[in-house]
Ligand binder design. Structure first.
Ligand SMILES: Cc1ncc(COP(=O)(O)O)c(C=O)c1O
Ligand SMILES: N[C@@H](CCOP(=O)(O)O)C(=O)O
Length: 465
């Protein structure tokens, strides 16, 4: 298994290099050269297996034989033992043909743990084998940061620097990033929004001398291994509702497009998914792009689902590349347009292919709040605002016989203020996080300037050559 860049000008890599590389050297994102195939019989055989076993079967083809089966099995078992639910990612029914897939039973209460706990262990393994260290950088609108810090805290081979938008994450999200006592953890509050943080991370990757000097590595969903790990729950959920003999629909609260792209990957691997529905909040750039064919950034609106307050949706590049028939020149042109003018037009054949692969809908803040109330009243289910965004879109799109599976991406306790305001219910942190809000915080506030961030990272990482 080799991996190619969406921009076509970076070397093809094997799995271990893709894992450590993050962004490709041409600024693109890596994708497998071909999609591994799971025939119906292999999908059927996943029914009833524990989550970790499904994970091993689904992910093994992506490793290209670079990590031996015994080591990978032990890493996967250890990863999912960190989850507080026996099913790891359980399904809960919330309506006649509607289910939520709870992805928030990991250590930091968001779906990011599913991939991040694995990524940290895989990176540790590869770095140890190579005798190397890495500087990990990540941008977060709130959840990736906490998950990454939990997963990498105390790991001897990496230092981790997480850039979050100052004052734009929930109080719980902030404490999950700023209260780690591990000396290899660095939380950086950037005076800007998530898109600024993500642009800084990408700029660090695009500065080759800096990248080499600090041995830069990334844990955002630009890293293929994140997407790979997220494909697993599409399989586990679909087979528990009858796949491959019964197609299902997935509705995904979307920001950086990583999670829904994992669903696309699962479909390309043979999982019968009837519809993949993008759910956006008021930052509806993806829904607008699919409707009108123009990807056009606007000012970010702060919402009650802050983790989706994104305009530059990184993984849309992977979807574009696929929809354009893997045309790296066309993908590069679109991305250059985005960088220069904040917009690009999707060529009609590419738009038609995107529309064949994805549907999209939007839930405004008010609609999300009333959905939270309605779901609680009718089903007794307390959804977080990101999940509720997708439930609203799922209900708008209902009508097919295929069950709708809504990805529940965060625990309501991560957003207690929005939950209380919408439902009058308290959303309490689980017992293992009691005391989080009283712990001492440690973070730096930095301007949204590349030099300032690079100086900060360069001076503190132990990986610098
Ligand atoms: C709780 C939550 N829901 C949804 C999303 C959107 O996921 P993605 O960025 O993979 O589209 C995020 C952020 O990534 C998130 O933290
Ligand atoms: N919503 C995300 C934004 C970053 O997404 P990623 O999946 O690319 O890491 C967050 O919570 O940080």
């Amino acid at each position: 298994m080799r991996y190619v860049s969406t921009r076509g000008a970076a070397p093809t890599l094997g799995f271990s290099d893709v894992l450590l590389t993050g962004l490709a050297r041409d600024g693109g994102l890596y994708l497998p050269e071909t999609w591994p195939q799971f025939p119906a019989a292999d999908i059927r055989a996943l029914r009833g297996l524990p989550y970790a076993e499904i994970a091993k079967r689904v992910m093994t083809p992506f490793l290209g034989g670079e990590i031996d089966a015994k080591t990978f099995s032990a890493i996967v078992d250890e990863t999912y033992a960190t989850f507080r639910h026996d099913a790891v990612c359980p399904l809960v029914q919330t309506g006649p043909n509607e289910f939520v897939l709870e992805l928030f039973h990991g250590p930091t209460l968001a779906f990011k743990d599913v991939a991040m706990q694995l990524l940290a262990r895989l990176m540790d393994h590869v770095l140890a084998e190579r005798g190397e260290r890495a500087t990990i950088v990540g941008a977060t609108s709130g959840d990736t940061g906490g998950a990454a810090i939990d997963a990498f805290a105390g790991r001897d081979r990496s230092d981790i620097f997480i850039l979050f938008p100052h004052g734009r994450v929930s109080a719980v999200q902030q404490r999950q990033m700023t209260t780690s006592e591990a000396s290899n953890v660095h939380a950086l509050a950037i005076e800007g929004n998530f898109d600024d943080c993500q642009a800084l991370v990408k700029a660090m990757f695009n500065d080759d001398p800096f990248r080499r000097r600090v041995r830069l590595s990334g844990v955002n969903s630009i890293n293929w291994a994140r997407i790979m790990a997220q494909t697993v729950y599409y399989f586990s959920a679909a087979v528990s509702l009858g796949a491959p003999d019964r197609p299902v629909t997935f509705v995904v609260p979307t920001g950086n497009f990583g999670d829904i792209f994992a669903g696309y990957a699962a479909r390309r691997m043979g999982l019968p998914i009837e519809r993949l529905v993008i759910a956006t909040n008021d930052n509806d750039i993806l829904a607008r792009a699919l409707a009108g064919g123009r990807y056009e950034t606007r000012a970010v609106v702060a919402t009650t689902s802050p983790s989706m307050d994104i305009q530059v949706s990184s993984n849309f590049e992977r979807a574009l590349f696929e929809a354009a028939g893997r045309d790296s020149a066309a993908t590069t042109t679109a991305m250059e347009g985005l960088k220069q003018s904040g917009a690009f037009t999707v060529p009609p054949p590419t738009l038609a292919a995107l529309r064949a692969d994805f549907d999209a809908g939007t839930s405004t803040m008010a609609e999300t709040a009333s959905t939270m109330r309605e779901v609680l009243e009718k089903s007794g289910y307390l959804a977080d605002p990101h999940t509720a965004t997708a439930i609203k879109v799922a209900r708008d799109a209902a009508g097919s016989a295929a069950p709708a599976i809504v990805l529940a991406t965060a625990h309501p306790a991560k957003f207690p203020d929005a939950v209380r305001e919408a439902t009058l219910q308290a959303a309490n942190l689980p017992s293992w996080l009691t005391g989080l809000m009283d712990r001492e915080e440690r973070y730096e506030i930095l301007p949204s300037q590349l030099q300032a961030v690079q100086d900060h990272v360069g001076c503190r990482t132990r990986a610098a050559g």
